[in-house]
Each structure stands twice: as structure tokens, then as C-alpha cells.
Design a protein around this ligand. Structure first.
Ligand code: SF4
Ligand code: SF4
Length: 226
């Protein structure tokens, strides 16, 4: 039923996967991109040759959505790397009451304001792209808040919790700085609770998790049961 995904041999070198790739953003070296890794492998490079690059992938899944050849890039990179661990696998363990589900709640939506900066959890967003991009586009229009969506409507990831960040192959702080620089906001709302700690070190504005917004509605009795 699902569309058959291709593999690195089908890479035509169009470079589109570089645009949303945070690994490329940080290194500015095509070898730290799906294209570079695919082309190197086509030319005979082995997994051993590419360990450093493959291990810098944070498994955000943006390249999977962007690739016009429909190559399953993040799972291929996961296979390539010995250390990667999979953020995308975490998606299958996403709790039932996750950021996406909570953000569908009309009362939660009413508590999101025009001067909020809303950080979508990137890996689950890309793994369920068609449905979620529609939802967040409508949420953004409805609330007027800003979001970590780029011009291609990919969610810019923070990298928190990725194996690459744990192994210090991806600089999470640099990624947050890039996310917030030049933005005007009076509050940050995150879907991934783990984002809070680092963000609080980088901004004096309040940082809250969307689950806490839901809880605060329940505490105030605004959230009608059933
Ligand atoms: S999964 Fe994310 S970090 Fe990894 S190659 Fe794709 S876009 Fe880059
Ligand atoms: S987007 Fe796909 S086809 Fe284009 S360079 Fe990247 S991996 Fe290759």
C-alpha cells in the first residue's frame, strides 16, 4: 500500500536534501549531507570510510521528506553508522498524548498567542509529514504564532536527545542559537520537554512545554471533560 522507497544508488545529486539538513548546516561540507554520503557510496566508499559523517546525523527525517527520488535516507544513514541510534525509532514509541495530539485541542490552541515561538518536535513531524504539516500550517494561521518551520515547511530540529548530540558530533546549543536568533517572541512553547533546559540557558523569556499548557487548563478547570 505504501510507496516503495528507493536507496542511495538512486541519488541524482540534485542537492535538495542539503536545504533542511541540520548536519549540513553545522558543517557546511557536502560530505556531511545525504547527497555527499550517497554519492561517496556510489563511488565505492564503505561504511567505515563514512563513520564520522554518518554519526553526525541527528535522524530528524527532513531529508526523507525532501528527496524527490523518495530515497529512505535517514534509515540508510542509520544502517551506515555504528553509533547513530534512532530518533525516528523513538517516534514509534511516541506517547499517545504527544505534542501533536495536544496541539489539536481547541482550548490549548486558544492559549497559544501571536507572540509565542512554537517549537515542533521535528522527528515525529517528518515521520508523519503530510498530516502534520497541514495541521501546523493551520495552527500557525489560527494563532499567529511563529514556528520552527523553514521555507520548505520542514521543522528545524533542535537535535536534543539524538545519539549524535550525546556523542558530541552535533552541537545542540548552536542549533538552538540559530533557531532563536533574530526572532521576536515573548514565550517559547516546546513539544519535547527535553528542549526546555537548554533553551532556558539561552533566553530570559519563559519556556513551557505544551503538556504544561494542557495541565494548566485542567488546573483552572477550563478543560471540559469528555
Ligand atoms: S536525518 Fe536530518 S540530520 Fe540526518 S541527514 Fe537527514 S536531514 Fe540531515
Ligand atoms: S535530495 Fe535525494 S536525489 Fe537529491 S541529492 Fe539528496 S539524496 Fe540525492
Amino acid at each position: 500500500m505504501g510507496i516503495q522507497r528507493k536507496t542511495y544508488t538512486d541519488c541524482q545529486g540534485c542537492s535538495l536534501c542539503l536545504l533542511p539538513c541540520p548536519m549540513w548546516q553545522q558543517h557546511r561540507d557536502v560530505m556531511f549531507s545525504p547527497q555527499g554520503l550517497a554519492k561517496a557510496t556510489q563511488s565505492g566508499a564503505t561504511a567505515d570510510d563514512l563513520q564520522e559523517q554518518a554519526a553526525s546525523c541527528i535522524q530528524c527525517g527532513a531529508c526523507d521528506v525532501m528527496c524527490p527520488e523518495n530515497i529512505a535516507l535517514s534509515s540508510w544513514l542509520e544502517e551506515l553508522s555504528e553509533v547513530i541510534g534512532s530518533a525516528l525509532n523513538e517516534v514509534t514509541k511516541e506517547p499517545k498524548l504527544n505534542g501533536f495530539v495536544i496541539s489539536c485541542d481547541p482550548l490549548v490552541q486558544q492559549s497559544i498567542h501571536v507572540d509565542d515561538f512554537y517549537i515542533i518536535d521535528a522527528a515525529p513531524f517528518h515521520a508523519d509529514y503530510q498530516r502534520r504539516v497541514e495541521h501546523y500550517t493551520s495552527l500557525r494561521i489560527k494563532t499567529g504564532c511563529s514556528m520552527n518551520l523553514d521555507l520548505n515547511r520542514m521543522a528545524i530540529p533542535t537535535g536534543i536527545g539524538s545519539e549524535a548530540a550525546k556523542q558530541e558530533k552535533f552541537n545542540v546549543k548552536k542549533q538552538y542559537q540559530w533557531l532563536i536568533q533574530g526572532r521576536e517572541f515573548s514565550r517559547v512553547i516546546v513539544e519535547n520537554h527535553d528542549d526546555i533546559k537548554v533553551l532556558r540557558e539561552l533566553t530570559d523569556k519563559p519556556v513551557v512545554c505544551i503538556a504544561e499548557l494542557l495541565e494548566s487548563l485542567d488546573v483552572r478547570g477550563e478543560h471540559a471533560a469528555g
